[in-house]
Design a binder for this molecule. Structure first.
Ligand SMILES: NC(=O)c1ccc[n+]([C@@H]2O[C@H](COP(=O)([O-])OP(=O)(O)OC[C@H]3O[C@@H](n4cnc5c(N)ncnc54)[C@H](OP(=O)(O)O)[C@@H]3O)[C@@H](O)[C@H]2O)c1
Length: 429
């Protein structure tokens, strides 16, 4: 690098990469004023250099070999916008080993190989920044990692996947089925042709692992995160939630309980008065609860080339400042070795809808089964008569394992015809 310019090697020039290139070209002067140095893309790796791209970059800086960019002495910083585990992992390790700071938007990679990468970054004394990896354009990583360093975060609740939030919003507001809402999301380009990374909760689980790691200064990987997607959420669940004053959301939850970390992704009912309930369509929001600061919410566009590029450029500015003026990344490896709490040992509230026989004594039998398992009932009411009789319960906080045992026992009762629906309830005061 020169005293006035930091040279960027960009791996990937797709949705996010091309938006980064346009942003640096369109308001490079403003960005330079903030960074104190000019940010210039000098090399770009893509799979197909012949593809038409709406980017103000000369054709001769494109290559199909990401490794050659990392090794290029005329590249000061590597920004990885390829996606996926390989070759991204190997190339970023090579970049860090060569003393080059790295910016990435790749949540999958961080949730899988974060330890290796952070160790390499610390070893090299170089930045590894990833603001775009969770909630795209919403600044969240720097607040958790830096601004909230003095806080003791107790819990993070997030809507971190726009596709599933769009689907659930359509189901709630339009009465769509899951399949109809998914087809709609695919038509609008919110969902991939193979939507499993989103609807089965894999994408949210990767982000949950990153959030839990940052919130509790530890290392949580995607495999530590309990995961349920939204394919099983029915119009009946949505209707019941609405009648009871709740909405159904796919939540990523990271909690610290008795020194253990619980990290999970699953659909849940939240009160319609909760700030996360108003997060509609493809928007993201993350709600952070701290012992001192209380409740904070970060809200905005979790995806899209432009919003995500804002986060990437913000990271590039921080890295460029460090390179140009001699700063250093804050450490990433001095983390606590915390136990991961199994799902059975987490606690929460539960909603349960049972189809039951309509005769005296049924409620008492069910209450006894709950009681035997140490689950107490906050609210119960009956709906319908005869063949249509339904009992709806909201429990007090209980251990997940105890609630599941109670439900197992309820299934064996003659008086219980069916467990029609069951959802966790989060966000109650
Ligand atoms: N899109 C979003 O809204 C968003 C939001 C937050 C985070 N992210 C993350 O940002 C990253 C990039 O996402 P994106 O949406 O920009 O992806 P994308 O549109 O699919 O772009 C990927 C780019 O990487 C290039 N590429 C892929 N594999 C390569 C290889 N082996 N060698 C050389 N080039 C290769 C592709 O080349 P070609 O162009 O020639 O195919 C393309 O330019 C991902 O980690 C994603 O999770 C995306």
């Amino acid at each position: 690098m020169t005293a006035t310019e930091v040279r960027i090697g960009m791996l990937g020039c797709g949705t996010v990469g091309s938006a980064v290139a346009r942003m640096l070209a369109d308001h490079g002067d403003d960005i330079e004023r903030r960074a104190g140095v000019r940010l210039r893309i000098t090399r770009v790796a893509v799979r197909d250099p012949s593809r038409e791209r709406d980017v103000p970059l000369p054709a001769e800086i494109f290559t199909t070999d990401p490794g050659s960019i990392v090794d290029d002495p005329d590249v000061d910083v590597v920004v990885e916008l390829l996606g996926g585990l390989e070759p991204a992992r190997a190339i970023l390790l090579r970049a860090l080993a060569a003393g080059k700071p790295v910016v990435t938007a790749n949540k999958e990679l961080l949730a899988e190989a974060g330890k290796e990468l952070f160790d390499a970054a610390d070893g090299a004394g170089r930045d590894l920044r990833f603001e775009a990896a969770v909630a795209g354009g919403v600044p969240l990583i720097a607040p958790l990692k830096e601004s909230l360093s003095g806080e003791r975060v107790a819990r993070v609740l997030g809507i971190v996947n726009g596709t599933t939030n769009y689907i659930l919003t359509q189901m709630s507001e339009r009465g769509s089925t899951f399949d109809e809402a998914l087809a709609d999301a695919q038509r609008l380009g919110y969902a991939e042709a193979d939507p499993s990374a989103d609807v089965d909760g894999f994408d949210a689980a990767a982000k949950c692992a990153i959030l839990a790691s940052l919130a509790f200064t530890t290392r949580v990987v995607a495999a530590d995160v309990y995961r349920e997607g939204i394919a099983g959420v029915t119009p009946q669940d949505i209707a019941d939630a609405s009648r009871l004053g709740y909405v159904v959301k796919l939540l990523a939850i990271a909690e610290l309980e008795e020194g253990e970390v619980s990290a999970r992704v699953h659909p849940a009912m939240i009160p319609s008065s909760h700030p996360l309930a108003s997060v509609r369509d493809a928007f993201n929001a993350v709600f952070v609860e701290g012992a001192t600061v209380g409740q904070l919410m970060f809200y905005g566009r979790g995806a899209g080339g432009g919003p995500t590029a804002v986060s990437v450029v913000g990271d590039l500015v921080a890295v460029a400042r460090n390179l140009a003026f001699g700063g250093r990344a804050i450490g990433g490896t001095d983390v606590l070795d915390r136990r991961i709490r199994s799902m059975d040992h987490t606690t929460g509230q539960y909603y349960l809808n049972l189809h039951v026989e309509d005769r005296p004594g049924v409620l008492a039998e069910i209450a006894e089964a709950f009681g035997r398992n140490g689950v107490s009932i906050e609210r119960v009411w009956q709906e319908g008569f005869g063949e249509e009789a339904t009992l709806v319960f909201i429990t007090h906080r209980a251990r997940e394992g105890a609630f599941q045992d109670a439900v197992g026992e309820l299934r064996t009762l003659d008086s219980v015809r069916a467990v029609a629906s069951m959802l966790r309830v989060e966000g109650e005061e």
